[in-house]
Structures are given as C-alpha cells and as structure tokens.
Design a protein around this ligand. Sequence first.
Ligand SMILES: Cc1ncc(COP(=O)(O)O)c(C=O)c1O
Length: 458
Amino acid sequence: MDPNLSDELARLPDLLDGIRRYAVEVLSGIADRPVAVPPQAPRPTPLSDSGMGTEGALERFRSHWAPGFSGSAGPRYLGFVTGGATPASLAGDWLTSTFDQNAVIAGDSSALALEREAVGWLRELFGLSAGHAGAFVTGATMSNFVGLALAREWAGERIGVSVARDGVAALGNLPVLSGSPHTSVYKALAMLGLGRGCVREVATLPDREAVDVDRLAAELSALNGRPGVVVANAGTVNTVDFDDLRAISALRRRYPFWLHVDAAFGGFAAVSPQYAELVAGLDEADSVCADLHKWLNVPYDSAIQFTRRRDLQVRIFQNSAAYLGLPTDDPDFMHLTPENSRRLRALPAWFTLAAYGRQGHREIVESDVALARELGERIEEMPHLRLLAPVRLNVVCFTLAGAPTTERVAELARTVTESGVAFLTPTVYKGTPGLRAAFSNWRTTDTDIVRIADVLRG
Ligand SMILES: Cc1ncc(COP(=O)(O)O)c(C=O)c1O
C-alpha cells in the first residue's frame, strides 16, 4: 500500500475528526459568509506526483478553494430554488459515503430495503397512494426524464410498439402539452429522442402561469384520438403557480394522454394542511417528479420519481445480465432508473424524515412560505419596487417600479450580491424582467428578511 495510505489508515479517526472540526467551523459561520462569491477561481495546478495526504489536501482546499465557495447552504441564498441540509440529512449524507453501498441489487445488503422505506415515507408525505412506486434519482431533471420515458413507452403501447425495444423512430411524433413547462422538460425530451420541438405550450389563465384547462382540452381534442402527453405543473419557478390537477386528470375520460406532474418543489405543499389543496389530484397522475435537494433540505443531489406503471419502467430501464439477474416482481433499483451503480442517496432523506417527521418538515414549509409573504409585504411598501405576481407560496417575483429594463434589474441583482447579504436570481415574467427570491432553506428566519429588505431598500 502507498505509504501515505497506510499511514492514513492508522490515523483515520484523527483525520476524520479534523474534517469534522472544519465542517463544524464552516457551518457555524455559514450565515455570515458572503452569500454569493463572484468567481475568482485559483489557477489550476498540475497533478501532484506523490500527493499531500488528506491533511495537506484539506489545507489546500481551505486556503485556495473554500474562500470562493458560496453560502448556498445558508439562510439568505434565495437564487434558483435552493434548499439547505438539515443536521440529520447531513449526518445521513456522511454515512452514505462511510458505508459506500452500491444501491443496485438486493442480496448482499439491506440498503435497498432502506431506500424502499424512504420511498414509502415520501409517498405518504406527498399524499400519494400505494399505487405509486418510486425510486431515487439525482434531481428533478432526471425525475422528469424518467416520467417522460414512461410516457413515451405508454404512447408506444397504445399503438402497438415498444419504444424500449424498437426505438423512438417506431413511435413517430409525440405531442407534449404544457402551460408553463420547466426547461428541464425540454432537456429531458431532447435526451429521449423526442426532441425539444414536440412541446406545445398551451395558453395559461390571464395573469397566471397555470394552464387554461379549456384550451388544453381543445388542444387534446385536436389530436383526434392520437395519444399525447400532458406535463402539468405543480409549482412554477417564477410565481409558484399550480395547474388544476383534478380538472386536467378528468380530461382523461375524453382524451388518451399520459399525465406527468412536475411537482419539483410545489409538491411540498402537500405537507401542510394550509396548502395541500394546491396539489389536490396529484395522486391521479401517471408519473410525478419531486426534488428533494430543494424543499426537503437534503444535500445535493437527490430527487424522487413516482409512477403507477412500474411495469413500463422495468421495460425501459431493465439491465439484465447473467451476473446481475432478471427483474423480479419487486425489481431492484438498477432495473428502474437511468443509473446502474448508484449511491444510497435515500439515506439523507431517510435521516431527515426519521429525525423530524412530517411535523418537522411541515414547519420548514410553512415557515418559508410565511417568510416569503413577509418579504412580499415589505416590497409592496417600497415605492421603487413592485411585485410581478402575488406571493402564492415560497417565491417572491418582483421588479423595479416604472418600466424596468434588463440592465437596471441586473444592476439591482448585482447590488444585492455585492452586499454579501443575499443572492437572488433574475428572470423574465410575462415579458417583464424581474428578480426571484425563493425560500426553501430551513435556516431562514425573520432577521434574515429584515436584512434582505434593508439591502433592497437601498
Ligand atoms: C419546477 C422545476 N422542475 C424541474 C427543475 C429541475 O431541477 P434539478 O435542477 O434538480 O434537475 C426545477 C429546478 O428548479 C424546477 O423548479
């Protein structure tokens, strides 16, 4: 064994303790470090020949790289939709690497059974019935990818072809209808060989991002009985708007379509009795996407996909070989997801759900919504700003009063970033440039809102 490695094996407890102390130091200061650091990456160096050992690597990381890392795990990083990591989820993440299980195949470990337990807990959290089976994937993009792969296979089944066997050319065009699809839907369709061009954006309700269900029905009717796909949105990124899932699902009595719901973060409305109505009907979907590194507050990368048609999923994702075995009635995860070898990313989710339960996660959701509303109210009181939409859940979408330009909005975003206090991301809502402040971190409090409002006030 390399002398460095044999020495490190003997000193493993000390080494890990050093890393633990450093992690504690980072997390203790997470609320005070500049929230977003403009890139000033150190110059790359050549690969070292003999290596510097774990302590040397830590020192180099600490001095060279860590100062340029953002405070994205902290309370005022409001860009994109960014969750933090609860203490329990961090513990679960550390143990994922410690045990280093390959969560692929049962028979040598109970890791898969743990993943199944976590899937079951999440199914309950989102109010889905036992008809939905699920698996962990890396993010909502991959969850949408799996859901749309299922839609593609289902559409093939309707016309007597298996896309998994015969290829996507055997299917022909597949229309995908959606009101305000997330860009990851286009990306997934490109990867699936269906093409970004198969999306037909359906009109939304006036001043809303929610689809106009009458217009959707008209588009479905125009397909003249051809199978299609509807991607319904439960929580749009700009204004957290929700499609009427029950009304959309009811259209299946008249038209043949696969219903996929992108509930990446909006699905967490189900956790709170106050907001659960927003996702009423979610259970009726054929497939559901939910991200976990957003509002569940587990570290990257983690999401889940659910479907009622696991048989189709096995048809697509099965990976049978003599040494791996055939899928059974309760297929191993390698027959269900794009990955073959995969880390046990269920463990951080399992830890946080075991530690805080439904109630703890409900409190995170309700607190973030209350904070978003508070910021929204403060913005309404600022004469130089205006809301672009009511604060429906956890995102505040706003802009400059008057006629905002992309440049002036970008300047405001820069001012906020350079203050070190917060990080917001720009957007365009119905043609108007604006900013989004997305609340999905368990650490954020009233005090943070006061600081953010002070910076916005100028
Ligand atoms: C509604 C929605 N769908 C999909 C995604 C993609 O998520 P990820 O970056 O985890 O792949 C996002 C990310 O913000 C989202 O908000």
